[in-house]
Ligand binder design. Structure first.
Ligand code: ACO
Ligand SMILES: O=CC(=O)O
Ligand code: MG
Length: 610
């Protein structure tokens, strides 16, 4: 098809729908857009289709293996180190040297591939910007394709954004962060691109299109001969890392660039993967720049892995912080593993880690509101319980309240101090407002050294055992926790359905990973009828109780966001999805898989369901 058929014909002539010029076997079902067509070129799609054809059976097999592992865990098995790969764990080998362009990664900012945020993130003063097609992005056709356009312009150095309402033009500074791109996880399909009659694998679309258009300029302007750079999410086993390694080799061959040019940091954010860290690095040893503690998905994965183990219930979400033994063991072992293999050990998304002694008093009564629990309120309004656990939350700046903002920043500094002292080479922040505080802590503790790979060997962590990594988190469960999970979960899904994959809720950052914790925790508590032992109420969670909590939290959301926004938003649909998932007899693997059906818009309109 030549480009002449794309446009709209002259007035009076019947409109011909423009369409993409596709290679054999590829069918684009997403809306046509001239800008998108510059990304969805025939050659770029040919590359994506080649990746899909070469790796689809490997991906299918890896996903089948996940199911098989789930079946074993559900029958009582525990994840652990694989005796068959002991030689890899015990062998003396190192990954390829870290490329000089990314030796220093002290502070990394993350964010969705939205145009203004891409510019702000690259200008933020962070060393790296992780541009996210994953936890922080709702994968609608528009978001994905605009994201590709934005990244292409960013790599070319030409990206601008005109905020007409504020009369402000955004453009890149002279000095910008280095770009890493995080494609979706293996499990997510791309329902707007069919290859040989099947939806494409989401991450191969994200990777393939980005790589195809950007590898050459990226290596020239950003990577000093290396790159592009990636973050790889949600893997459960080294066989998945092996697929990525092969994808990278295939891409390098296509581009005619040296093997080992592409580099990636793998997020260790599933419980099974913590036992595979050496094996994952080994598979990617020519393409690795380290591992990252994806702490939020990791907590989600703890619940998911132990979904059939009622003896391993999580306490309130805010209590599962980095000082819980299983979390500390995970981050310590990650540091040791990475440094032993010569690569970065990256910390996680900034959070509050606050020793707090919580008191029930009159000021907290709002949290037990209604549910006909007035008598409980009265009964317990004077009860004082000092729990002394850590409060754990993804922090962003608090506008309009300097004192609260300073207190939050202080907690961020503490979390970052813990990370840098433990030996992490860098950390994550979700907002530009947190970068100076994080930079200060890392610079103060690392001086001019770009990283701690050689200096923080953490040999003491060699003794960390399977028991350490699986230890049940301590803490209480409360009605507050159930309510907060519900209120946050529903609002997050509502935002996701309307195109926002990361949102500020109650002065904290929520994204797909944090929302997953809320969902699976509710599911677990309902499934096992847990007693809410933390607030002295002694109430057991049941479907009926949850239904009433949902009703009341929906009323609260409506009053908080206002009737108009509530009506126009997708709160009711979100509530339906969230409620169904929390009460399903078997746990859905991912919140976003079912929700994805709601955001697929195919052209010409066809059945959206996958
Ligand atoms: C568990 C994980 O996977 S963590 C990684 C995935 N999650 C993320 O990446 C979350 C990233 N963060 C965000 O999306 C945002 O910070 C939010 C949604 C939490 C809050 O966003 P907002 O409400 O817009 O924040 P706020 O109004 O304070 O923003 C102020 C300015 O900072 C910018 N900004 C905020 N966060 C970011 C970011 N992460 N990257 C770049 N710019 C940002 C805004 O665009 C805005 O710019 P402007 O003043 O030029 O208009
Ligand atoms: O992706 C990061 C996480 O914490 O999850
Ligand atoms: Mg994650």
């Amino acid at each position: 098809m030549d480009t002449g058929t794309y446009g709209y014909p002259k007035q009076g002539v019947k409109k011909i729908d423009p369409s993409y010029d596709v290679p054999e076997g590829v069918d684009i079902r997403g809306r046509y857009d001239e800008e998108f067509a510059k990304i969805l070129t025939k050659d770029a799609l040919k590359f994506v289709a080649e990746l899909q054809r070469e790796f689809r059976s490997h991906i299918r097999y890896a996903l089948e293996c996940r199911k098989e592992a789930k079946r074993r865990y559900n029958e009582g098995a525990l994840p652990g180190f694989d005796p068959a790969t002991r030689y890899i764990r015990e062998g003396e080998w190192v990954c390829a040297p870290v490329p000089p362009a990314v030796a220093d990664r002290k502070v990394e900012i993350t964010g969705p591939v939205e145009r203004k945020m891409v510019i702000n993130a690259l200008n933020s003063g962070a060393k790296v910007f992780m541009a996210d097609f994953e936890d922080a992005l709702s994968p609608s056709w528009e978001n994905l394709m605009r994201g590709q356009v934005n990244l292409k312009d960013a790599v070319a150095g030409t990206v601008t954004f005109n905020d007409k309402a504020r009369n402000k033009v955004y453009k890149l500074n002279d000095q910008t962060a280095k770009l890493f791109v995080r494609p979706r996880g293996w499990h997510l399909p791309e329902a707007h691109i069919f290859i040989d009659g099947e939806p494409a694998t989401g991450c191969l679309v994200d990777f393939g299109l980005y790589f195809y258009h950007n590898h050459a300029p990226f290596r020239q302007t950003q990577g000093a001969g290396f790159g592009p750079f990636f973050y790889l999410p949600k893997m459960e086993h080294s066989r998945e890392a092996k697929i990525w390694n092969n994808v990278f080799e295939r891409a390098e061959k296509m581009a005619g660039i040296e093997r080992g040019s592409i580099r990636a940091t793998v997020l260790i954010e599933t419980l099974p993967a913590v036992f595979q860290m050496n094996e994952i690095l080994y598979e990617l040893r020519d393409h690795s720049v380290g591992l990252n503690c994806g702490r939020w998905d990791y907590i989600f994965s703890y619940v998911k892995t132990f979904q059939a183990h009622p003896d391993r219930l999580l306490p309130d979400r805010v209590l599962v912080g980095m000082t819980q033994h299983f979390m500390k063991s995970y981050s310590d072992l990650l540091i040791r593993t990475c440094h032993r293999r010569g690569v970065h050990a990256m910390g996680g998304m900034v959070c509050i880690c606050d020793k707090f002694g919580r008191k029930w008093n009159k000021n907290r009564n709002d949290n037990i509101h209604s549910l006909n629990l007035v008598h409980y309120k009265n009964k317990f309004s004077n009860v004082k319980i000092a729990y002394g656990f850590n409060k754990h939350a993804a922090q962003i700046p608090i506008r309009d309240d300097p004192a609260a903002n300073e207190a939050a920043l202080e907690l961020v500094r503490k979390d970052k101090l813990r990370e840098v002292k433990a030996g992490h080479d860098g950390t994550w922040a979700a907002h530009p407002g947190l970068i100076p505080a994080c930079v200060e802590v890392f610079n103060n503790n690392m001086g001019n050294a770009p990283n701690q790979i050689k200096d923080a060997k953490r040999d003491d962590a060699a003794s960390i055992t399977e028991e350490d990594l699986l230890q049940i988190p301590r803490g209480v469960r409360t009605m507050d926790g159930l309510r907060l999970n519900t209120r946050v979960g529903i609002q997050y899904v509502a935002a996701w359905l309307t195109g926002s994959g990361s949102v500020p809720l109650y002065n904290l950052m929520e994204d797909a990973a944090t929302a997953e914790i809320s969902r699976v925790q509710n599911w677990q508590w309902i499934k096992y009828g847990v007693e809410l032992d933390g607030d002295g109420l002694g109430v057991r969670v049941s479907k009926e109780l949850f239904s009433r909590v949902v009703e009341e939290e929906m009323a609260r959301i409506e009053s908080e966001v206002g009737k108009d926004k509530f009506k126009k938003g997708m709160y009711k649909e979100a509530c339906k999805i969230f409620k169904r998932q929390c009460t399903a007899p078997t746990l859905d693997d991912f919140l976003t898989l079912d929700a994805y059906n709601y955001i697929v818009i195919q052209h010409p309109k066809g059945p959206a369901k996958l």
